[in-house]
Design a binder for this molecule. Structure first.
Ligand code: SF4
Ligand code: SF4
Length: 75
């Protein structure tokens, strides 16, 4: 069970098993402040659904934990 509920249709999903405690890179990279660290589990999650699909959150994650779920029409 993930500590933070995650829907499959959110713009960005985080694989909590790969997210490193204490890392905040994806949170720092997001121009919209859409990502945050869950204070309970210390894992990143999408706390607002707003997303530009710009990609630096996924590109900068050292473990590849971040997936940007590009909408079909933008591919
Ligand atoms: S794709 Fe861009 S806007 Fe969306 S969460 Fe990542 S950094 Fe933020
Ligand atoms: S960049 Fe990756 S490891 Fe770092 S907080 Fe984000 S999801 Fe976790």
């Amino acid at each position: 069970m993930p500590l933070t509920p995650q829907r499959a249709d959110v713009p960005v999903t985080i694989d909590e098993s790969k997210c490193i405690d204490g890392c905040t890179l994806c949170v720092d990279m997001c121009p919209l402040d859409s990502l945050a660290i869950d204070p309970v589990g210390n894992k990143a999650y999408m706390h607002v659904d707003e997303c530009w699909y710009c990609g630096p959150c996924a590109a900068r994650c050292p473990t590849g934990a971040v997936t940007v779920n590009m909408p079909y029409l933008l591919r």
